[in-house]
Design a binder for this molecule. Structure first.
Ligand code: PLP
Length: 439
């Protein structure tokens, strides 16, 4: 044990021994990390970024004790990190994490199950399937709603495009697009992940049409109908319409009922990117902002944004499970394929059991606590909008705030900067220079 402490023990000492003989040292190590988090990270009385010089990367020949490594983490790495626990932090759709989700991350790592297949994550496969069905029903996707957690909203938007393509052009996944004149339409305020997705899936960015938005950043339904009609008259095949519920820069929510109806009229898959704004669905007072999402074929939602879950935690929800199954096919020859294997319904293979964090957050807040927090965010954004209106230092880019973002120019050079009421502090508004950039 002494050797272990001094860092001279064999590398295998750092694993938990099956018999538990090094339990106490592992416990002490864990407590030291918890103390460092609680005493050194959470209080927040540090600058946003205390140290900007790069930390030099080096790897020692001999392993070191946690007693030596942890002080270096706290003294050298933490000061170089963005301090999201600062009382002035308002996030940019990046909420502070609820502590259950932080400790939940440790539970997830310790359990180390793999959502690739039911064999590798038996209980969590069932938990995630139930959870995704529940979320789908919250968004009105029907009692057969299905979905899967994934690494982020960008991946969820790509997956939605792939599912839409599968529904409309089932041969393409084998034969490729060739010269198929398929086009997808999204709001001009849509997240850049749609452009990335068009690139990745070989649709091509030119065939991703950006539909103009109004002064609040909402897609103009008439412009969508005109763009669809024009595409058709030019012999193109529109297959996907992507609306946004909570745009990245201004937090605007598209007119979902109108856009959904137009998408249907033109035979298109209707996707709602609610990565950020989807959270309002859990506030009885504000859920009406997402009215019309029940018409969607698929929905992106990121609990890591405005549901206070530690990154990463994002999902794609669908009305029809089969579309996702057909999009990726069963292709895990080395796994038991008799039940649901999540590795068969996403681009991702190995994946953490983030459903545990999400479940912990829902258990600890309950629906009432969640609604209370969301309502508080909405109230804060309205207060800030009021303050911005009263000051000469900033102006609102798009009054009134649609969700929890109030948008004012900020940074160097100035650019639209949304400040969201997702932090933990009270009052005030802050957009630290250089930190207003949409993620
Ligand atoms: C509306 C919207 N959709 C998708 C994304 C992409 O999500 P992620 O960063 O998790 O890939 C973002 C990120 O800010 C977003 O604002």
């Amino acid at each position: 044990m002494r050797n272990f402490e001094e860092g001279r023990s064999p590398a295998t000492e750092w694993f938990a021994r099956p018999g538990g003989s090094n339990q106490e040292i592992l416990r002490a190590m864990g407590y030291a990390v918890v103390d460092a988090i609680v005493d050194g990270i959470l209080p927040g009385d540090r600058p946003f970024v205390a140290e900007t010089s790069p930390f030099p990367w080096r790897v020692p020949t001999q392993g070191r004790s946690y007693r030596e490594i942890l002080p270096e983490v706290m003294g050298e790495l933490v000061p170089r990190a963005l301090n999201v626990h600062h009382p002035g932090y308002r996030g940019h759709m990046d909420s502070v994490p609820l502590m259950w989700s932080v400790w939940g991350d440790a539970l997830i790592a310790a359990l180390h199950n793999n959502m690739l297949s039911a064999e590798l994550a038996p209980g969590f496969t069932h938990l995630e399937a139930q959870g995704m069905n529940w979320f789908g029903q919250q968004f009105g996707l029907g009692e057969n709603a299905f979905g899967t957690l994934m690494a982020g909203g960008s991946l969820a938007n790509l997956t939605a495009l792939l599912a839409a393509r599968q529904a409309r052009f089932p041969d393409v996944k084998d034969r490729g697009w060739d010269n198929l004149p398929a086009v997808a339409l999204v709001s001009a305020a849509a997240h850049t992940s749609f452009r990335k997705a068009a690139n990745v899936m070989g649709l091509g960015r030119d065939r991703l049409r950006m539909v103009p938005t109004d002064a609040q950043g909402r897609m103009i339904p008439l412009a969508l109908a005109e763009a669809l009609a024009q595409a058709k008259s030019q012999g193109q095949i529109p297959f996907f319409v992507g609306a946004v519920a909570g745009t990245t820069v201004t937090g605007a929510v598209d007119l979902l009922p109108e856009i959904g109806a137009i998408a249907r009229q033109f035979g298109c898959w209707f996707h709602v990117d609610a990565a950020y704004g989807g959270a309002v669905r859990f506030s009885p007072d504000w859920r009406h902002l997402l009215s019309g999402c029940e018409q969607a074929d698929s929905i992106t939602f990121n609990p890591q944004k405005w549901l206070w879950v530690a990154r990463t935690c994002a999902m794609l929800l669908v009305r029809d499970r089969q579309v996702l199954e057909h999009t990726f096919d069963r292709d895990l020859p080395y796994m038991d394929e008799t039940g649901l294997n999540f590795g068969n319904v996403t681009v991702q293979g190995t994946r953490r059991t983030d459903i545990l964090k999400l479940w912990l957050v829902l258990q600890s807040l309950g629906l009432a606590g969640l609604a209370q927090l969301l309502d508080r965010s909405m109230a804060q954004s309205r207060q800030w909008a009021q303050r911005i209106a009263e000051t000469d230092e900033a102006e609102l880019v798009c009054p009134p705030p649609s969700t929890s973002s109030a948008c004012a120019p900020g940074g160097k050079p100035p650019r639209p900067c949304a400040i969201a009421g997702n932090g933990s502090g009270d009052g005030g508004y802050r957009c630290p220079a250089g930190r207003g950039k949409p993620s």
